[in-house]
Design a protein around this ligand. Structure first.
Ligand SMILES: Nc1ncnc2c1ncn2[C@@H]1O[C@H](COP(=O)(O)OP(=O)(O)OP(=O)(O)O)[C@@H](O)[C@H]1O
Length: 277
């Protein structure tokens, strides 16, 4: 286990080597909010070290599916789930597996950059790690901060102002700070829910470059409404649809190039070519 926590907290002298990216597999995942079923038996393998884009019109269940992948769905009052999510073959919902462990292995970056405003850039990077209860000595923390900011493509822009508040950064920098915060806990998978939708085109491209750079080290699953972005950053796409109030399903999935150039289903073709959605 890479980090210790709680009562067993230890002061480590050096950060662990980055965890290997893991394959995530959803098997027949169904999800409900109260009586309402919003996902119906969704199965998808998200291969290690690849970027999987979840695309589809509003309300078809992409974000809900994403939240089932790190056990955030179960936090919603009245929410229910069926099916399995396997991380490298091991059930993420296994009764023996602690929630904090699942969240540490499967990190998440949200739509709106959400650095902790009262914390410095450095404290923000370490915040997720500290929340797990882990502590490192000062040198190890500083090298982890640098490593995480480098991986997130932000180091050169902030290395001279690590003690300044994270909220003083631009929106795009704040989002990369949030990526650095996620990477600092060495996740094996990183979930991203429309991470660029609050950013301008230039910041969007920088975040996309960051995604491309970290993809070999951490499996990425990204929800995006931007078809060009899905095309640019992903290796495979899954097209979700919920027609006429029925629960969301995956209509088609496959390598990104094929999904855009020769989709098998007419509805996929219509969607990726902007004819609806
Ligand atoms: N907390 C909630 N309580 C009740 N219903 C919800 C909740 N969150 C989402 N839903 C419903 O579940 C369905 C799927 O929503 P979800 O946000 O997963 O879709 P989405 O494809 O991500 O949409 P968007 O692209 O607009 O973000 C929608 O009908 C939505 O109204």
């Amino acid at each position: 286990m890479p980090w210790t926590s709680g009562a067993h907290r230890a002061h480590r002298s050096a950060p662990e080597v980055a965890a290997e990216p893991a394959t995530l597999e959803a098997r027949a995942v169904s999800a409900w909010f109260g009586e309402r079923k919003v996902l119906d038996r969704v199965s998808l393998t998200m291969p290690a070290g690849q970027v999987t884009a979840l695309i589809g019109p509003s309300g078809c269940g992409k974000s809900t599916f994403l939240r089932t992948l790190n056990r955030m769905h179960e936090l919603v009052p009245g929410a229910a789930l069926a099916g399995e999510v396997l991380l490298e073959g091991v059930d993420l919902y296994d009764a023996e597996r602690r929630l904090t462990d699942a969240r540490r292995q499967v990190g998440m970056v949200f739509q709106k950059p959400n650095p902790f405003p009262a914390m410095s850039i450095q404290e923000n990077v370490l915040a997720g790690l500290h929340l797990t209860g882990a502590r490192l000595d000062r040198d190890a923390e500083e090298s982890l901060v640098e490593e995480s900011l480098r991986r997130a493509g932000l180091w050169n822009e902030v290395k001279d102002r690590l003690r300044q508040p994270g909220s003083a950064l631009s929106g795009g920098q704040q989002q990369r700070l949030c990526i650095a915060r996620s990477l600092a806990v060495k996740p094996r998978v990183l979930l991203m829910d429309e991470p660029c939708s609050a950013l301008d085109p230039t910041s969007t491209r920088v975040v996309e470059e960051t995604i491309t750079q970290i993809a070999e080290q951490v499996t990425i699953v990204i929800v995006t409404h931007n078809m060009q972005q899905a095309h640019r950053v992903s290796d495979q796409c899954a097209f979700f649809l919920a027609s006429h109030g029925t629960p969301g399903v995956i209509v088609e999935h496959g390598p990104t190039e094929a999904m855009f150039s020769e989709p098998q289903d007419q509805r996929t073709s219509d969607y990726v070519n902007g004819r609806f959605g």
